[in-house]
Design a protein around this ligand. Structure first.
Ligand SMILES: *[C@@H]1O[C@H](CO)[C@@H](O)[C@H](O)[C@H]1NC(C)=O
Ligand SMILES: *[C@@H]1O[C@H](CO)[C@@H](O)[C@H](O)[C@H]1NC(C)=O
Ligand SMILES: *[C@@H]1O[C@H](CO)[C@@H](O)[C@H](O)[C@H]1NC(C)=O
Ligand SMILES: *[C@@H]1O[C@H](CO)[C@@H](O)[C@H](O)[C@H]1NC(C)=O
Ligand SMILES: *[C@@H]1O[C@H](CO)[C@@H](O)[C@H](O)[C@H]1NC(C)=O
Length: 350
């Protein structure tokens, strides 16, 4: 037990044992709140994940004040103080060879619509020819995803563990970024700038999901994920699930909290990819109240976390009515699954 505590708290001294164990819980167990008071914790994530939190500078979050005494106060209110310039926003994407043609089209679309922002492309398993093509695009950085730095199961791309890891990696470095799948298409720079303005004004929470799916979080989340990330069934049924293929993240306490738990879940196989998880859903007529027997891995995870954080703060949520989505992405971006680009990427100057 002592070893366990010490391994969890190598950097923290001069605390009583009870404060220490409470601190470990705060660091490693997802807290649940209701009406601004603390209700319970999720199952504790393994202490040997602490080095990852250190690596990504997520060990201390400022989400709570006086957390040792459970005098939980929310450090921010619904007005977020978010500062970033349009040209500081980075587009982050990733692909292995089988999604490269789809991904190329996303880059082509950005650059032909006058988006000159930096693109970071995570190579999840590209060929040398793929990489050569990317090298002709201005302001594009290629990063090789380092599988050896993570548990073995991260290699299973169908568990989507890689995505929260990439988010954490980028979050450490950049103020504001889009994290986008190969299918995301950004077309309208003017409307995109307008969206940025809405974010800066505090109208959009700083971990923004806006592409709705047609069902609730509950319908497409494996119930064992809630062991680590508890969410009341009533919230999970009421809240619409959003697609994780297009997300906007801005540096803030809110986003840091989301990035942290998202990472811990991704590095825990039973959280992100519980036994018998499957992607394919079998929906009944009720796409909100009834489980469709499927799981959406990183998408389930980030939806559960963001729903919980929003609920904590009393922020508006998206219910069953999907017509009226506040500050949606569809004015400047869309998702085109399977829209491939057969020809080579042209050279772009920025
Ligand atoms: C991109 O910028 C150029 C030069 O300002 C302009 O002529 C062109 O119409 C723009 N294209 C789009 C898609 O906005
Ligand atoms: C990948 O991670 C391993 C284990 O952390 C490390 O030893 C290695 O240097 C890393 N490789 C690169 C290219 O960063
Ligand atoms: C962006 O959308 C606006 C309408 O919202 C439209 O007037 C404008 O032409 C669009 N720009 C481009 C480059 O598609
Ligand atoms: C979920 O929706 C039902 C019906 O609209 C409502 O009674 C309940 O309070 C909601 N629960 C939460 C947590 O929002
Ligand atoms: C889907 O659910 C229905 C009703 O519960 C069931 O009859 C059917 O066999 C299920 N299909 C699959 C592919 O699981």
């Amino acid at each position: 037990m002592i070893v366990f505590i010490v391994s969890c708290l190598r950097n923290i001294s001069l605390l009583s044992i009870s404060s220490m164990s409470m601190l470990i819980s705060l660091q490693m167990s997802f807290p649940v709140f209701h009406n601004k008071s603390f209700v319970k914790f999720g199952r504790r994530f393994a202490c040997d994940l602490i080095p990852y939190l250190e690596k990504f500078e997520l060990l201390s979050t400022d989400f709570y004040e006086n957390s040792l005494g459970f005098q939980v106060s929310i450090v921010f209110n619904s007005k977020f103080n978010l500062i970033f310039k349009d040209n500081e926003v980075v587009f982050v994407t990733y692909a292995s060879g089988n999604h490269f043609a789809e991904s190329k089209m996303g880059i082509h679309t950005l650059r032909t619509n006058n988006f000159t922002n930096k693109i970071i492309f995570y190579d999840l398993g590209l060929s040398l020819l793929n990489i050569e093509e990317l090298q002709g695009v201005c302001n594009l950085e290629i990063r090789v995803f380092n599988y050896t730095a993570y548990p073995k199961f991260v290699r299973n791309l169908y568990g989507y563990h890689f995505k929260p890891i990439i988010i954490a990696d980028i979050f450490r470095e950049f103020k504001a970024f889009w994290i986008i799948d190969a299918s995301a298409r950004f077309k309208n720079l003017t409307n995109w700038k307008r969206f940025n303005h809405r974010v800066r004004s505090g109208a959009v929470e700083p971990f923004a999901l806006r592409h709705p799916s047609s069902h609730s979080i509950f319908a497409a989340t494996h119930n064992e994920m809630y062991n680590y990330l508890p969410l009341s069934a009533s919230i999970a049924r009421n809240y619409s699930m959003f697609d994780a293929n297009t997300m906007f993240v801005v540096r803030s306490d809110f986003a840091k909290e989301a990035v942290k738990w998202n990472l811990l879940c991704a590095l825990t196989k039973e959280c992100m990819d519980p036994p018998r998880s499957k992607l394919g859903c079998n929906f009944t007529n009720d796409r909100f109240g009834v489980s469709a027997g499927c799981h959406r891995y990183d998408q389930s995870c980030i939806n559960v976390i963001v729903a919980s954080l929003k609920h904590r703060l009393g922020l508006p949520y998206q219910g069953h009515n999907l017509e009226k989505i506040r500050d949606s992405f569809d004015k400047f971006a869309s998702v085109k699954r399977g829209e491939d680009m057969a020809r080579k990427l042209q050279h772009f100057k920025c």
